[in-house]
Ligand binder design. Structure first.
Ligand SMILES: NC(=O)c1ccc[n+]([C@@H]2O[C@H](COP(=O)([O-])OP(=O)(O)OC[C@H]3O[C@@H](n4cnc5c(N)ncnc54)[C@H](OP(=O)(O)O)[C@@H]3O)[C@@H](O)[C@H]2O)c1
Length: 261
């Protein structure tokens, strides 16, 4: 397959690009730095720039002579109380994970539907099912993209493109160190500090990015790919079903207690 992976310089995107290249697929990886694992052709692209996205997509499709799949993994994480978050960080979160990802998908669709059964794999987050304290923007961006992907199936399935939303729980990647955290004012400082420290601990003891890459490879090569895949420690996977059976206030209390707030 001819595959484009975004966010291929680090973490989940890098693991996916490497695994797919090793399996014999032709893989191009994009990121702002343009670095990519061995066997993957790396390109510089900032997905927040729609004109650059369209131009780069065209070049990549020419290089690959087509495009069978997009694995959408580029993303950033912003933490901290919303009211203390400077606008440039609000923009960074929404422009990367929501706007940028949307531009990328929009630009890739014409190429995906011209092939023999295109695939769109979006790397989402269990943060959609489990709202994370002091990561409201991160949750909002991922929830927005999930909505986009779910509604898109109506448009894309009839033209031969299958959409899979992969939701990782905590994963050990560069995301933890790269998280941009707004400094919390007095009203939230203690709670925000505890919640974000607990979140860091979860990610540091999370699953490997290779687990996500393996699930992505299976979804890409399945005759009928799954619409949704949760890839996480069992206790994180259990949160979604738990939320459906518990009263909302109780579920929120359990989450708050996990994050020490
Ligand atoms: N790690 C987790 O626990 C976890 C859990 C659930 C979901 N996720 C989601 O998985 C996705 C990948 O995260 P990760 O954990 O692999 O993080 P990561 O190791 O920090 O990798 C993020 C990747 O996105 C790229 N990127 C960031 N901004 C970009 C931009 N504007 N244009 C192009 N590329 C950009 C980065 O490369 P450059 O800096 O070179 O641009 C990097 O390659 C994110 O959407 C994240 O929310 C992660």
């Amino acid at each position: 397959m001819k595959i484009l992976v975004t966010g291929a310089s680090s973490g989940i995107g890098a693991a996916c690009a490497l695994r797919l290249a090793k399996a014999g697929h032709r893989v191009v990886g994009v990121s702002r730095s343009g670095t990519a694992p061995e066997g993957v052709s790396g390109r510089v692209l900032d997905i927040r720039e729609p004109e650059a996205v369209e131009a780069r997509l065209q070049e990549i499709v020419e290089e690959l002579s087509g495009l069978d799949a997009l694995v959408n993994s580029a993303g950033v994480a912003v933490g901290g109380p919303l009211e203390d978050t400077p606008i440039h960080l609000v923009r960074a979160q929404l422009e990367t994970n929501l706007f940028g990802a949307t531009c990328l998908i929009r630009a890739a669709v014409p190429y995906l539907r011209n092939g023999s059964g295109g695939r769109l794999i979006h790397i989402s987050s269990l943060a959609v099912a489990v709202p994370l304290p002091f990561q409201a923007l991160y949750c909002a961006a991922h929830a927005g993209l999930n909505g986009l992907c779910e509604a898109l199936r109506h448009e894309l399935e009839p033209v031969g493109v299958r959409v899979t939303v992969v939701s990782p729980g905590s994963v050990r990647t560069g995301l933890t160190a790269n998280r941009q955290t707004a400094s919390a004012g007095v009203s939230y400082a203690t709670a925000a500090g505890k919640a974000l420290a607990a979140n860091d601990r979860d990610e540091e003891s999370g699953i490997s990015a290779e687990r996500i890459a393996s699930a992505v490879e299976k979804a890409l090569t399945a005759r009928v790919p799954p619409e949704r895949l949760d890839v996480a420690h069992w206790h994180e996977k259990a949160s979604g079903p738990l939320r459906r059976v518990l009263p909302e206030w109780l579920f929120r209390r359990i989450i708050a207690s996990h994050y020490g707030i």
